[in-house]
Ligand binder design. Structure first.
Ligand SMILES: C[S@@+](CC[C@H](N)C(=O)[O-])C[C@H]1O[C@@H](n2cnc3c(N)ncnc32)[C@H](O)[C@@H]1O
Length: 176
């Protein structure tokens, strides 16, 4: 509000209604896109050791497995989920059975996630064997493997109004 020199919320609302581009500025200000592959490593270790085996065990050997990462930002969380499931199931089973729905209200972040091309420094928390197995070098960047990427379906939507999915995973306080 200081940036646009508006002093009251009603006036800011009027400005939002009259200036569609201001929505973009507001979103950029309030949406925090901080994320990382295997952000919160101890949580991911628990997911890998405890949760993934239980999810697989609870399904028949040919049953689909659907996972929702809500508030997925630029995709690192969704691809971390993909890696742990592909590791547990093997590539073929993963490709046949797993769908990861990656949603966020920030279309710019989703666009980055769809390309799945990252700076190599972003792989810091990715185990070495996962780096070799799941990423390809593209010029001076790294890309999540295209054949596995197809199992990640991204969509722009707000988590506040979406009730289509019965389960979710998010390590982000911003979306709890
Ligand atoms: C801090 S990032 C966390 C990313 C990832 N979940 C992680 O933990 O690494 C929070 C993300 O939630 C998104 N977000 C915030 N509120 C949301 C809402 N109501 N619906 C969908 N996405 C939302 C933001 O756009 C941002 O990309």
């Amino acid at each position: 509000m200081q940036d646009v020199k508006v002093e009251s919320f009603p006036d800011y609302r009027l400005l939002l209604e009259a200036t569609p581009t201001e929505f973009g500025h507001l979103f950029d200000t309030i949406l925090i896109n901080v994320t990382a592959f295997f952000r919160d490593p101890s949580v991911w270790e628990y997911i890998r050791q405890e949760i993934v085996p239980r999810v697989i065990e609870a399904r028949g050997s040919a049953d689909p497995i659907r996972i929702w990462t809500t508030g997925c930002s630029t995709g690192e969380e969704a691809y971390s989920v993909a890696m742990v499931f592909a590791d547990a199931l093997g590539d073929d089973d993963f490709k046949q059975r797993v769908k990861i729905y990656a949603t966020d209200v920030d279309d710019g972040a989703l666009q980055i996630g769809r390309h799945a091309i990252y700076d190599p420094t972003s792989l810091e928390a990715v185990p070495d064997d996962f780096r070799d197995r799941f990423f390809e070098t593209v010029n001076d960047h790294v890309a999540f493997r295209a054949d596995l990427r197809r199992s990640v379906i991204s969509a722009g939507t707000t988590s506040c109004r979406t009730h289509r999915f019965r389960g979710s995973t998010c390590s982000s306080r911003a979306t709890r």
